[in-house]
Design a binder for this molecule. Structure first.
Ligand SMILES: Cc1cc2nc3c(=O)[nH]c(=O)nc-3n(C[C@H](O)[C@H](O)[C@H](O)COP(=O)(O)O)c2cc1C
Length: 189
């Protein structure tokens, strides 16, 4: 897939096909893309926890917070939840701050997911103490991001900002998820 299409199709998906699993090997391949990505001073401080079973997924989902802009939606219901997760950690014995590293790693993983017919959502709104306890993450690792993954079961469309300039994503009556993006000319100073 050409790069521009890959980026366009790599949207945030929050509802998933419950029949489609994501196996451990696929998660390893996705983390391998993160491994090859840029890292400040090449420190490579990120570490990953992989989850692809319903048992371990149940240790992660309760600590994730979804789509703050959709006030009347409480996140994916049972039967539309992610099939897998990659939890991105920062090793504080290697670095005290992780800069952009986890964002770059996350995007590499999400692009790789799209290439494989998968999709997902980066989750930064987390109950970190709860997730740490649930996964028994040692204190030396900072919990940076959770990537929720699966086979998307929703349609997401990009659109221009409406005249009121709102950047809030929204869902229409058909449950299509709309994501306004600012115009290119408004970004380049
Ligand atoms: C660093 C980061 C953290 C995010 N955290 C959350 C989150 O906690 N919950 C959520 O539902 N979406 C989260 N998102 C997804 C954004 O809401 C999403 O990127 C935005 O709505 C634009 O949609 P798009 O990714 O399809 O372009 C996060 C995205 C990024 C980059």
């Amino acid at each position: 897939m050409p790069g521009r299409d890959l980026v366009r199709e790599t949207r945030s998906y929050r509802r998933f096909d419950p029949e489609a699993s994501v196996d451990h090997q696929t998660l390893r391949e996705l983390v391998d893309l993160a491994r090859l990505s840029a890292s400040a001073a090449n420190r490579q401080p990120l570490r990953y926890v992989l989850s692809s079973s319903s048992e371990t997924n149940a240790h992660i989902f309760p600590y994730t917070r979804w789509a703050g802009a959709l006030k009347d939606w409480g996140g994916p219901a049972e039967g539309e939840r992610p099939a897998a997760y990659i939890v991105i950690l920062g090793d504080t014995e290697i670095s005290k701050s992780f800069g952009c590293d986890h964002g770059i790693a996350a995007q590499s993983i999400m692009l790789g997911a799209t290439e494989r017919g998968l999709g997902g959502c980066m989750i930064g709104a987390l109950d970190r103490p709860g997730l740490r306890a649930s996964l028994a993450v040692p204190e030396r690792y900072e919990i940076l991001l959770v990537l929720a993954l699966g086979k998307p079961a929703e349609k997401v469309v990009l659109e221009d900002l409406s005249p009121d300039g709102s950047i809030n994503y929204w869902r229409d009556e058909q449950s299509v998820h709309h994501v306004p993006k600012r115009a290119l000319d408004d970004l380049i100073l």
